[in-house]
Design a binder for this molecule. Sequence first.
Ligand code: GLY
Length: 421
Amino acid sequence: MNVLLIGGGGREHALAWKISQSPLLKKFYAIPGSPGIADFAECVADISINDNAAVVAFAKEHAIDLVVVGPEAPLVNGLVDALAKVGIKAFGPTSDAAQIEGSKIFAKRLMKRHAIPTAAFEVFDNADAAKNFIRAHGAPVVVKADGLAAGKGVIVAQTVDEALAAVDEMKTFGAAGNSIVVEDFMDGEEASVLALTDGETIIPLIAAQDHKRALDGDRGLNTGGMGAYAPAPVVDEKISALVTEQILEPTIAALKSEGITYRGCLYAGLMIVEGQPKVVEFNCRFGDPETQAVLPLMESDLLELMADCAGGTLRGKKISWREGSAVCVILASGGYPKAYKKNLPIDGVSKAKALGALVFHAGTKLRGCELLTDGGRVLGCAATAPTLREAVDKVYRAADVIHFDGMHMRRDIAAKAFARA
Ligand code: GLY
């Protein structure tokens, strides 16, 4: 199979690492790829992932059998639809299905119509109406921009004043913030359940837990995710069954009943409230950094499963998993998620690998042979081990031999799992 991977972050590096192990793989390309992905695929940096015509032309020219789309923007932007028009299969939903992430209002209304558990909410298309509602309703509440806002469009407000300020902040997200969702705050423990689906069959992956805040103890600003581990014990067997029965299956069925076939990865961001899973948000793609913790434990051939999702042949397939746990710790630029420096030399990646870690590139670039920082999240250091404790120890031993000026990591990835035990 000739495969084209779209994207260049840590999630896509993990996807490339896993896809490269498939005996089905023939030629492998990535747009734009990264210095890490370049170990597995030919990277093509001069095509924009949002230029559907250029990506389609590349896929035709290189006889691509399957396009794997990593990030949400090209999915919402209709890349899978454009590929389908010329008969090229893709792993990822079409633009109407990707609305589940592209529009918070679409997702919330879908859940309400089909009684899928989520927080109560109201929708507003002007700030004054949202503020009047918040003053009457009180806090805590969650204020969300309707559209894609690069992971920044969600603000958890503990007080009415914070919520009013959050409404004003929605303006900074441009068109994404023209409409606003205000929803009830859910108090519980978060988890991420990603599932593969061909629109009929749904296979959940092992549950993971992300760490969205910049600092230990879930303090500081929200980030794209500072680390993840899997399997997350908060999703025990009973909750896992509820997630499938009450959330994943009804969501795919709800979309189908409204004329939308969802194919690809459906990411359910959950809050487990008193033993009941409720949807915080849906994403239309793999999670980052959850993917970097989940895939190292997957035994099955991911490429085969992705082709089954794209081709509608997932029925009867199973995913097998290695015993043990995996942890991914993000090494971020100093200052992230606010302003940070780029072009700083990175040392120690080979040493970390020699200690048994996988090192996924999230924001790096090469200057000659020198590896430099090129983003807020720079690297994801991941490790597997028979127990979560051993995986945590191993991953931090490896992360500690990597260095760039200002490097920041959380030290408490997986602490909630230990607290639970
Ligand atoms: N881990 C959060 C996300 O992928 O959106």
